[in-house]
Design a protein around this ligand. Structure first.
Ligand SMILES: Cc1ncc(COP(=O)(O)O)c(C=O)c1O
Length: 421
């Protein structure tokens, strides 16, 4: 036994994200064939994308110097310069944003980007004040929950629930109740939202942007599933960035989670601060993801891959999953599916369910189906926790047969739960 520091207590006390990644790793490594893994956030293996990564690896191998440099030379802690120039030019071309390489910083996966950003903008300050991060739409990404190095780090706001059909709903930011108080250091939303698949409208984002400017704090938009890549967005939206917005991207959901490449687009002082933290904590970033995609960004091929392969692939998966829910669930049951506007998940709400989502998770696990119980996503809001304990998230990225079978068993188990069995 060793005596734990406060830092250690915070990061080793158990977390939803650790349980989730552990379940995911074991299910994928050992349980193939026995477990219907609807639990993780692993992206699908899409043939056209896999072919592209293989082609790029061959090209790099054939270009001896490029390959040797990728493996044998540290990048600067800010990230690879050619990559940053390529991405800045791409964002200028696509969206007309006034960004240069100085606006772009790389981290070891998007997850680390959030650890840096949250603790940069909130926590304890020299004059004794404490600041917190406001999450305007909770349920929100499970991975944020334990990242703040301080107690009571997040303030979560429960959105309004709009019923869009007999078994569908959509979250809307509750601007009537949303307050950006003095102790807020940053506002953060994932768009598309993990877990719900919600995509905030352009109007909602503009409103949040205005609130953030008024309060003099940055608006962080977590674009792990958003435009321009991986582009898993099924509604028409206009991507937004300005000097007060910190946009994060990742190569993971493009199909490269193993390369651990996170990207931050922000004003240069934020990039410089993250770079300093990155140098201390990680020295430099992985080079492989950036090396693989740089020419695809330079040529614009990345846009074609997203538009012709990746987005249609996930759109089809989402439609199938919704159709199986409609087929297998008893229409008389009080269940509601969040509108699937993006990302890899369906978010299901079992209103008035006699057991908690955590208990449902255990029952499903016994039947070989892994999902994620909703309470993990209820960060910083007791109201959202109550609601989310009637919700589960399921991923539809796995093979169709696995997703269909998982949904069939889920429907059967939920029917038994409501019947009191
Ligand atoms: C909303 C959201 N943000 C960030 C991340 C972090 O991803 P990564 O660290 O693989 O870039 C994830 C991963 O699932 C996510 O779902």
């Amino acid at each position: 036994m060793f005596e734990k520091s406060l830092f250690a207590e915070r990061l080793t006390g158990g977390s939803g994200i650790e349980t989730l990644m552990d379940d995911l790793g074991h299910a994928l490594a050992e349980g193939a064939g026995n477990i219907r893994m609807l639990g993780g956030g692993n992206p699908a293996l899409i043939p056209e994308l896999e072919a592209c990564w293989r082609r790029r690896m061959r090209e790099m191998l054939d270009d001896g110097d490029r390959f040797d440099r990728m493996l044998g030379v540290y990048d600067p802690p800010k990230g690879n310069t050619r990559f940053a120039l390529a991405l800045a030019a791409f964002l200028q071309r696509e969206y007309g944003w006034d960004v240069g390489a100085e606006h772009i910083g790389i981290t070891c996966g998007g997850q680390s980007a959030f650890f840096y950003l949250f603790n940069l903008l909130a926590g304890e300050f020299a004059d004794g004040r404490r600041k917190r991060v406001l999450l305007p739409v909770v349920p929100e990404y499970i991975g944020y929950a334990n990242q703040g190095l301080g107690a009571d780090f997040f303030v979560g706001a429960m959105p309004e629930i709009a019923h869009t059909g007999p078994h569908t709903f959509k979250y809307r930011v509750d601007f009537e109740r949303l307050k950006v108080s003095e102790d807020i250091g940053a506002i953060c939303v994932s768009r598309p939202t993990n877990p719900s698949g919600n995509v905030l409208t352009d109007g909602e984002v503009a409103h949040l942007d205005a609130l953030a400017r008024e309060a003099g704090v940055p608006l962080i938009i977590d674009n792990a599933y958003g435009e321009p890549f991986p582009g898993i967005v099924f509604t028409k939206i206009k991507p937004i960035w300005n000097e007060n917005i910190i946009l994060t991207l990742s190569l993971s959901k493009l199909g490269l989670p193993g390369t651990r490449t996170g990207i931050i687009v922000a004003r240069p002082e934020i990039i410089r601060a993250v770079t300093s933290m990155n140098a201390i904590i990680g020295l430099a970033n992985g080079t492989i993801g950036q090396a693989i995609v740089t020419p695809l960004i330079e040529s614009g091929e990345i846009g074609t891959l997203v538009g012709e392969n990746l987005r249609p692939f996930y759109q089809r998966k989402a439609q199938n999953a919704r159709a199986w829910i409609a087929r297998y669930f008893d229409a008389a049951l009080d269940y509601h599916v969040h509108e699937s506007e993006g990302a890899l998940f369906l978010w299901l709400w079992f209103r008035g369910m006699p057991i908690s989502a955590a208990e449902l998770y255990e029952r499903l696990k016994k039947r070989g189906v892994l999902v994620v119980p909703g309470h993990y996503f209820a960060i910083g809001s007791a109201e959202a926790e109550k609601h989310a304990s009637e919700c589960i998230r399921l991923s539809f990225a796995m093979d169709d047969a696995v997703v269909e079978d998982g949904i069939r068993i889920l429907a059967d188990e939920v029917a038994q739960v409501y019947a009191g069995a």
